[in-house]
Design a protein around this ligand. Sequence first.
Ligand SMILES: [Zn+2]
Ligand SMILES: [Zn+2]
Length: 382
Amino acid sequence: MTTDATLVAAPVADEVRHLATGLLGLSHDLHAHPELAWREHRSSATVATFLGRHGLQVQHPAHGLPTAFRASAGQDGPLVILCCEYDALPGLGHGCGHNVIAAAAAGAGAVLASRAAKLGGRVVVLGTPAEEGGGGKIELLRRGAFHGAAAVLLVHPGRHDQVRATFRAAASYRITFHGRAAHAAMAPETGRNALDAAVLAYQALAAARSTLRFGDQITAVIVEGGTAPNVVPARAVLRAMTRAATSAGLAALADDVRRAAEAGARATRCAQVVEPDGPVYRDVRSDPALARLAEHHLRSLGRSPLPPSPRDVLTAGSTDLGNVSHAVPALHPKLSIGDVPQHSTAFARAAVSPAGDRAVLDGATLLSLLTLDIWAGHDTER
Ligand SMILES: [Zn+2]
Ligand SMILES: [Zn+2]
């Protein structure tokens, strides 16, 4: 850390503490009103309004997406983009803790807005919808929302403190089996059972798992499989997801998915159609220089980030920030909110616990300090 940064660290943390009531109110408000991907109308409006009140210029909607916003401060100098995620999970509310992400980025935006002109930097707090499967940031990347950024940052709540969190590349598929309906008792011989095709394909995917390489993964669910037990199902739908350390590794898994679909269809004399089910998420490339700065700041906040391990890939999820991180320098640290697994009701509870609240405030401080580092001329490495 430079002398400049040391001088600003304490005032930044003080300023975040000053904003604590508003930030934690925002975090808990988002948590109490969970909205699914692409439908985050209230959530995006709530965060955008908060940023407008704290001196940022707000566009909402932005980039042609109804639940995206863009809140800016500063006229020239290096541009740092802070991402706000705010989508929830079906049946789990904020089981991924995106309320913490949004409140932390909003807090940093509020701290930085008053300093941008003075220090010669620019900050954008970008409202990025639909992280959970919708690939909102991939769409925003395509629309130029990250153009010209010196760095793109977000903090995500997690089990442990991690500066260089590992994320896998992921591809999603929708496999539709087309059979022929028939009376299941009076004329079964005229039917073609699409549910049987889906079940066989599911089993083929399960068998393929035993031959996967380290870090590769295939998961699947049958989401449609008929309507009545006395009718041979004419249609069934299986959704599958593959993950690998990098997007290059997804190709072999795509073959597994296609072969499983063919096996189910051939055995049952049904037809099958395999389609992409959303965009491909790439792995995350953590900028090494940003990671070193973040590690220092987290230690100064009393946190002990875990060093990256090759085994992290075995427990890694996926994020649409991966695609962004291949285009511009990026960092996606995780801040612990307790030793509970993501995508669970326990994690949803932790996201508004004292540990969740602390992650909001530490996250806002970390994002502010990293932005000030970049404004002060610390280079990223790509
Ligand atoms: Zn998630
Ligand atoms: Zn998440």
